[in-house]
Design a protein. Structure first.
Length: 316
């Protein structure tokens, strides 16, 4: 199969038939073999009914319905697991991503041999203050932190080589950082394509300003995981050694001064009256705790048990 189109959605009943027809038209015009995977992330409208109707009329349509809203990352996770196409395209269901971009994205993967191609909505139809400016700041921070030179990490329109999506684990809210996850797994040929951004035709956006706050927090998480995720002792052990060293040197200094004053006949104050005593004690305790955190991290890595992060109620 040439292409799998993975579409996570939440309450998009109005746009689904139009999006489906548009994708089918593009696929037929270019002679692609394809499948369309609609991942219903706990919609409360009749989106699932629409998906079932589309699946009955088009055998290339498949659907997965979550029991409740788990988030876009979990929807992409199961979509990637079920996708069987040589090239996997992801897009949003709100008609702001154009299926007409699919042929060129497909060519960039198959002919130009990119591992991943991300869309760049260079001209946007969103509010400048609510989305455009925060998005630019977010993308700048993501580039500086991750080293992946993309202008639009948040764009839902992306193309992947099949191997990429089968070897990355999208969890939490890490869908924004799939290119970074791919790079961490060794898929570093990452391209970008300017794509058309269309104004929302139906409904309203499901994302508020909180996504940028969460995005920056996730950025810190993925930076940490990319640097120390497979070797937590390298970070916690180094910090623990530093803190314990500061505490030990402070304690040794207090002890030497105390002994010197006793030896020279001077009146020595109680060690517990010296503020350095508490500094050294605190530093050694913190250092020990950091060491323990590193050991626990290493143990968890070696014994962790992967479990499902969502529950599917129906499939088509």
């Amino acid at each position: 199969m040439d292409i799998s189109v993975v579409i996570p959605l939440l309450n998009e009943k109005e746009s689904l038939p139009e999006l489906h027809d548009w994708i089918v038209r593009v696929m037929n015009n270019h002679g692609f073999s394809y499948e369309i995977l609609f991942i219903d992330d706990g919609s409360t409208d009749t989106s699932w009914v629409t998906i079932r109707q589309l699946a009955q009329t088009n055998p290339c349509v498949k659907g997965v319905r979550f029991q409740k809203n788990y988030g876009k990352s979990q929807a992409l996770n199961i979509g990637f697991k079920k996708a069987s196409g040589n090239v996997v395209i992801t897009m949003d269901a709100d008609l702001q991503d154009s299926p007409d971009e699919i042929p060129e994205l497909y060519t960039m993967i198959t002919d130009q041999h990119y591992d991943l191609v991300s869309g760049w909505k260079k001209k946007r139809y969103d509010s400048v203050l609510a989305k455009n400016i925060p998005s630019k700041l977010f993308n700048w921070a993501a580039r500086k932190t991750s080293g992946v030179q993309l202008n639009d990490f948040n764009c839902g329109l992306k193309a992947y080589k099949k191997d990429v999506i089968k070897n990355i684990d999208v969890y939490g809210e890490m869908h924004r950082y799939i290119p970074v996850l791919a790079k961490n797994e060794g898929y570093d040929k990452i391209g970008e394509k300017t794509v058309i951004h269309q104004a929302r035709k139906y409904g309203h956006s499901k994302f508020g300003m909180s996504r940028f706050v969460n995005g920056f927090l996730d950025l810190i998480t993925i930076w940490f995981l990319s640097k120390f995720g497979k070797r937590p002792m390298h970070l916690f052990g180094a910090l623990g050694a530093l803190m314990f060293g500061v505490g030990f040197i402070s304690a040794a200094y207090i002890g030497i001064v105390k002994l010197y004053k006793i030896y020279t006949g001077h009146t020595a104050i109680l060690i517990t009256n010296n503020p350095w005593f508490y500094i050294s004690l605190t530093a050694m305790v913190i250092g020990t705790q950091l060491f323990l955190a590193g050991f626990l991290g290493e143990i968890i890595l070696r014994t962790k048990n992967k479990s499902k992060r969502y529950k599917v109620s129906e499939t088509t």
